[in-house]
Design a protein around this ligand. Structure first.
Ligand code: CA
Length: 227
């Protein structure tokens, strides 16, 4: 079962896929333009994106490149023609797999499952520990000294990203775009806001940091204050 972001401007195909994937247990959110897809890939955090390469507002490969800039979500592209050169270009531009129209919901479902399986194999260890902080990546729960932390989705992702690199300074630019950035502007300020909220969740202040150490003018790192 996956949250599928369906990007398709053809209403008949869209309807058929929403029904077909729904019957196979997936939750489908659909948009008709590349720009809506970029926004929703960040906001909704789908498990997989099905991207039609023939969209009204942006060239398909351009859309794919922009999507890759804001999200690591697996992308299956759909093309109208069985054009090998086009497929290779799409795969090189960051697509994980492709389907050629017309394709069945059954076939797409199989591709979705395959892409998701690959993603699970690649993923990091299920739990990260830094000092008294324990982050369960699978259940998306974080615990500090035995106390569960109430984290927003972005706070969790930010904490996880830092916990995967303990002691290492991460610049704002190196933070995953999907954590701290919308496709349009305001990145630095957004990062600062999320960091300050995360700091509050960890029960510390910028003046007396413990886990979350800001390195002025460089970035931020997560350290084990107990060592
Ligand atoms: Ca189309």
């Amino acid at each position: 079962v996956a949250l599928v972001l369906l990007v398709e401007d053809d209403i008949a195909i869209r309807r058929a896929l929403i029904r077909g994937l729904g019957e196979r247990g997936h939750v489908v959110h659909s948009v008709t333009t590349a720009l809506d897809a970029l926004r929703d890939a960040v906001v909704q955090r789908p498990d997989v994106v099905l991207l039609d390469l023939g969209l009204p507002d942006l060239d398909g490969r351009e859309a794919l490149k922009m999507l890759r800039a804001v999200s690591q979500v697996p992308v299956i592209v759909a093309t109208a023609r069985d054009d090998e050169a086009e497929m290779v270009r799409a795969l090189n531009a960051g697509a994980d797999d492709y389907v050629v129209k017309p394709f069945s919901a059954n076939q797409l479902d199989a591709r979705i499952r395959a892409v998701l399986r690959r993603g699970q194999q690649d993923s990091a260890p299920a739990a990260l520990e830094v000092g008294g902080l324990r982050i369960d990546v699978t259940s998306r729960e974080a615990v500090l000294d035995g106390q569960p932390l109430e984290l927003s989705r972005r706070e969790f992702d930010l904490l996880r990203h830092l916990a995967e690199r303990p002691g290492q300074v991460v610049t704002k630019r190196q933070l995953p775009a999907e954590v701290c950035q919308l496709p349009y502007g305001g990145a630095d300020k957004t990062v600062d806001v999320h960091l300050s909220w995360l700091r509050r969740r960890l029960g510390e202040t910028a003046a007396e940091p413990r886990y979350l150490q800001t390195v002025r003018g460089v970035g931020v790192k997560l350290v084990d204050p107990t060592t």
